[in-house]
Design a protein around this ligand. Structure first.
Ligand SMILES: [Zn+2]
Length: 546
């Protein structure tokens, strides 16, 4: 079956039967290739990644890449076939283990390598995967990624990779599934000598060659996800500082185009501000050993681990715009704050399956308002997160489709951020909320996780059963609506547009007093003297007065 391309059609039925409403149907067409890409296949699950040495030559004049990836792994159980992914038009030219060239069976982007040596349980093995070709060019980086081959204003090559979603196998051969992160990685990149390559981690060494090229060796000493690995090549200049953080001195390095040095030195002051705010809320920066870098690129930006890429044109906000309309969005550079927020939620705590991408984006979206909270106060932060609601579409659920590498709705950003802000109201204790956010980063330090693990942690540590809460906001598109009527000195209220068992309390001001009410699907009554109520706008809900 693996040799033939079969189109599988999955029909996903999201069915929540509350008061007889809310049947949502979403149809998706997934291919055999999506399944190979998105599933922990038998050819993946028997081995545990321990180390990569990616060693490549990048030639700007031919827009090509060639080299090899040495993959070190631990055998979890004996098996004779290994899946390695590499996307067309790149080609695997040779696979070698212990000096012997191995047979490779290609099935689209998946390559099944037949191992001839016994794979003993617990043993550590190496395999060399050689490859070459002209990789896919990014159409609209970073969203439709690949290689971006551009030039700076001086006509010097300015090159970068981006591959979230699409997968790192668009430019190098690897185990392209998020569940298994490599423990450490050496990235060796050979480029023409007038250029500098910047990758993840720390620069270990640079070698000049007689053919007018230079190789830089970057070492990442912490687990890293595949899409976090990147090369950035250009006429870079470098400056740095040391930040005294929670875990001691943190090296912060900045690589920008030569002409941008002066403005970068001023503009990148947001970087230490970011570390200060996020260490407060989330705990220590998760990769002290690898340092933190901002690296200028020819596209908007991406959360590449310990080398966050930057292309926001040295403007405040999102390319100069406040996407919340609150005014607070122009107090900082959106890309520096958002992409760096991902060091905690994406790079430290990483989804196992792309369907759970909200773990990256909802928390990171919310990190923007926590940055505002840290420097401008709680009210400013509320205005920011409430302002972001105009970007919510409620088109499809935040959680995507499992085992086919398919993320959910773009609502994982603003709606996810508002969901977390709503949860903060329920917890009603900002210090407890902060300890929960720090606890997540400590408990799931350098791990890949599922939505269930995050949901369970939040329920346990908030002391609130959040099952229905997450079903409502992550798995349904309906916004819980408080329906109410005031008559005969009674406030009558209930939730509509909800999943089963949704009974979130909310804070409401009436009769000059702010108080909790506890609606559920049934009508409830409470005495009221006046004829108006005001629902706390921090809760992401809708209100319908009858
Ligand atoms: Zn993001």
């Amino acid at each position: 079956m693996k040799n033939t391309l079969i189109l599988f059609t999955f029909i996903f039925l999201f069915s929540f039967t509350t008061q007889g409403q809310g049947l949502l149907t979403e149809k998706n067409n997934f291919t055999h290739q999506d399944t190979l890409r998105g599933t922990i296949t038998p050819e993946r699950e028997w081995w545990d990644l321990t180390y990569y040495h990616l060693d490549v030559k990048i030639a700007p004049e031919t827009k090509s890449i060639s080299g090899k990836n040495t993959i070190q792994y631990k055998v979890l159980k004996p098996y004779a076939e290994m899946q390695i992914d590499l996307q067309e038009p790149l080609k695997i030219t040779k696979v070698v283990q212990n000096g012997e060239e191995l047979n490779v069976r290609k099935d689209g982007n998946a390559h099944f390598i037949t191992l001839t040596e016994a794979q003993k349980k617990g043993s550590i093995q190496f395999i060399d995967v050689y490859y070459e070709g002209q990789p896919k060019e990014a159409v609209r980086a970073p969203w439709d990624g690949g290689f971006t081959w551009s030039e700076d204003k001086n006509g010097i090559p300015f090159i970068a990779t981006s591959c979230q979603g699409l997968g790192a196998s668009v430019w190098w051969p690897n185990k392209d599934h998020m569940y298994d992160e490599v423990d450490s990685m050496l990235i060796s990149v050979n480029v023409p000598k007038n250029l500098t390559n910047v990758s993840n981690g720390k620069l270990r060494s640079t070698e000049k060659h007689s053919d007018n090229t230079v190789t830089s060796n970057w070492f990442v000493s912490n687990p890293i996800n595949n899409y976090g690995v990147n090369v950035n090549i250009g006429d870079y200049v470098h400056f740095s500082e040391v930040y005294e953080g929670e875990k001691g001195p943190l090296d912060m390095d900045y690589y920008v185009l030569r002409d941008n040095l002066v403005r970068a030195k001023n503009h990148f002051k947001d970087a230490p501000r970011m570390i200060e705010a996020f260490e407060h809320w989330f705990g220590p920066y998760p990769f002290y050993e690898d340092g933190f870098k901002l690296v200028e690129v020819p596209y908007l930006g991406m959360e590449h681990q310990s080398s966050v890429t930057y292309g926001n044109q040295y403007k405040k906000g999102y390319l100069g715009n406040d996407i919340t309309g609150s005014g607070w969005g122009l107090k900082f550079d959106f890309i520096i704050i958002h992409e760096s927020g991902h060091e905690w939620f994406a790079n430290n705590i990483t989804y196992k399956d792309m369907a759970d991408m909200w773990i990256h984006e909802s928390f990171t979206n919310y990190s923007e308002s926590l940055f505002v909270d840290f420097f401008y106060g709680k009210e400013a932060s509320s205005e920011y997160v409430i302002g972001s609601r105009k970007n919510i579409r409620n088109d499809s659920p935040i959680i995507g489709s499992y085992n086919v590498n398919k993320e959910g709705s773009g609502d994982m950003y603003a709606k996810g951020g508002n969901m977390l802000h709503t949860l903060r109201q329920l917890i009603e204790d900002d210090e407890k909320w902060r300890q929960i956010l720090r606890g997540l980063n400590k408990t799931f330090y350098h791990q890949t996780v599922t939505t269930k693990q995050i949901e369970d942690y939040l329920s346990e540590h908030s002391g609130i059963d959040l099952t229905a809460f997450f079903n409502q906001y992550l798995r349904d598109i309906r916004i819980p609506t408080l329906e109410y009527i005031i008559e005969n000195n009674e406030l009558k209220y209930r939730w509509i547009n909800i999943v089963s068992n949704f009974d979130m309390p909310i804070q409401v001001t009436f009769d000059d007093k702010k108080q909790w009410i506890y609606p559920n699907a049934e009508w409830k009554l409470t005495p009221i003297e006046g004829d108006t109520i005001e629902v706390d706008p921090n809760f992401y809900i809708e209100i319908k007065k009858l």
